[in-house]
Ligand binder design. Structure first.
Ligand code: HEC
Length: 238
């Protein structure tokens, strides 16, 4: 009961200040302090908890936004235990394998809302009341779209080559005069992205290749951004 009152107090404080930074929380949960997530860009889905991820369909309008918000929410709140890019280092289960369906969602929500306590020790904090359900489904969307282990292995050399070419174009500041070259690289990466599968069974994987394609929007900064996304994606995959 004390804990519950404490949590409600924290939520009120958070609602007033708009920020969940409260050092008391550290003593309640070891070193784990849930970080507020700005979900205002996502459509409203009501107060009652849904049973299934409303943003699972890659064709749904909110999919890309959910992915973006989920990536940052995951990195701030879950990565320290479940691993960067959802690749577990063994501290906690590898969440990429949680089925992207209603049964997987039920199990996901149970842990997200309640956390996990063993012999009185909090192994995973409860996030439900503090972060809410929009954050829950955004993070879920990010988790389930991770590529399966080794999904890019056959394409690493080609992607490195593309990365180097993009970097060279960025360094030379020749994005607009290299439009044809960039279009060819985009096509090659789209073909690679289409082969990448998720471990969760979700229909579309958000891989380094698909991210780089999305970043190549013709702007002068795009070559540098795409090269960076490839560098990060390829090093996480190794
Ligand atoms: C302090 C470490 C820690 C943090 C932070 C953490 N978890 Fe966990 N999580 C665990 C541990 C440990 C387990 C294993 C509990 C068990 O045995 O069921 C777990 C289990 C889970 C499971 C069940 C997985 C399965 O295969 O059974 C889900 C889903 C999950 N966590 C989601 C999350 C999400 C989402 C976040 C961030 C919002 C998060 N966790 C943050 C430690 C953590």
């Amino acid at each position: 009961m004390r804990y519950r009152n404490f949590t409600l107090g924290l939520i009120c404080t958070a609602a007033i200040s708009g920020l969940v930074i409260n050092t008391d929380f550290v003593s309640a949960h070891g070193d784990v302090t849930p970080q507020a997530i700005d979900t205002s860009e996502l459509p409203d889905i009501g107060e009652d908890w849904l049973e299934e991820n409303p943003w699972r369909d890659p064709k749904s309008e909110a999919w890309a936004t959910a992915l973006k918000i989920g990536a940052s929410g995951y990195n701030q709140n879950c990565a320290r235990c479940h691993g960067l890019e959802v690749i577990s280092g063994g501290l906690a289960p590898d969440l990429r394998y949680l089925e992207a369906d209603i049964d997987g969602d039920e199990w996901y929500l149970e842990r997200y809302q309640v956390g996990y306590t063993q012999n009185g020790i909090t192994k995973m904090p409860a996030f439900g009341e503090l972060l809410g359900q929009k954050a829950a489904w955004a993070i879920r969307t990010y988790i389930e779209t991770r590529p399966d282990d080794g999904a890019l292995d056959d394409h690493v050399e080609q992607l490195k080559e593309i990365r180097d070419k993009l970097q060279a174009i960025a360094d030379a500041g020749t994005v607009s005069s290299s439009a044809d070259d960039i279009a060819n690289m985009k096509t090659a990466m789209q073909e690679i992205a289409a082969t990448v599968e998720t471990a969760s069974g979700a229909p579309v994987a958000d891989s380094a290749a698909s991210r780089a394609v999305a970043l190549l929007d013709g702007s002068e900064a795009s070559a540098k951004n795409a090269a960076e996304a490839l560098t990060i994606g390829l090093s996480a995959a190794q």
